[in-house]
Design a binder for this molecule. Structure first.
Ligand code: PEP
Length: 246
């Protein structure tokens, strides 16, 4: 399976910085690993057009659980799809913690995104307190069951799951490859039960301070199919290194 590296640019980069990124990235990217980029939605068109030159797919960092209507400030997944958007990240811990998104809302967004023909990267992960009190597996199981409830439209091709221990996001603390593998194997076992026939093929990404100097060890783990990357995806040369193009 080709590894998948996803950039979550969060609320970073102005348009000029996006163009500069692609000037460097497109010149060296070899497609050895799949590369997807989620910019701020105001730069979606730019990233779709620049990414197209090197077969890089563009996506949203969030979307509405409705496709149209009186929802001021929201982003319609179906309209994003029409533009050429490939995927949406849902359930990111920053959406859960800062914007108080519940598993119920996330489940509704996953469903609407699939109905709109977007691929979904579903994020889950435990806090440090949950890990230290031995709750990791319970938390992951609950997040999977609640956030992916009623997923009759999910397939191995349109669902990607990203395990992101919250204590490792943007902190410089990475789960050891063994810790990440253990959580991924657990998630894989739940997906197999939940989605008989294709659960074992759903791609599982690891996220949390992935950097050029730890990516290879993480990707060498049996159940790690790629990475979801914040900080280290912002510089073109670092993202190239994550994609296996030094
Ligand atoms: C993220 O926010 O999804 C993330 C993994 O960030 P970072 O790589 O900066 O830890």
């Amino acid at each position: 399976m080709t590894k998948l590296i996803v950039a979550n640019w969060k609320m970073n980069k102005n348009a000029k910085a996006c163009f500069e990124f692609f000037d460097t990235f497109n010149a060296k990217y070899s497609s050895k690993r799949e590369a997807w980029i989620a910019p701020q939605s105001i730069h979606l068109n730019l990233v779709i057009n620049q990414g197209m030159k090197a077969n890089v797919k563009a996506g949203l960092q969030n979307c509405s659980d409705h496709t149209s209507g009186a929802f001021t400030g929201e982003i319609s997944p179906v309209n994003a799809k029409e533009l050429g958007t490939h995927f949406v990240i849902l359930g990111h811990s920053e959406r859960r913690e800062i914007f108080k998104e519940t598993s119920k809302t996330i489940a509704a967004k996953v469903k609407t995104a699939h109905q709109s023909d977007l691929k979904v990267i579903f994020c889950l992960g435990e806090t440090l307190a949950e890990r230290e009190s031995g709750m990791t597996e319970t938390v992951l199981k609950d997040q999977l069951n609640q956030g992916l409830s009623d997923q009759s439209l999910a397939t191995a091709d349109n669902l990607v799951v990203a395990y992101e221990p919250i204590w490792a996001i943007g902190t410089g603390k990475t789960a050891t490859p063994a810790m990440a593998q253990e959580a991924h194997a657990f998630i894989r076992s739940i997906l197999k039960d939940k989605f008989p026939g294709f659960g074992e093929k759903v791609r599982l990404l690891y996220g949390g301070s992935v950097k050029p100097d730890n990516v290879e060890e993480l990707l060498a783990q049996k159940d790690i199919d790629g990475g979801l990357v914040g900080g280290a995806s912002l510089k073109a040369n670092d993202f190239l290194a994550l994609c296996g193009d030094k």
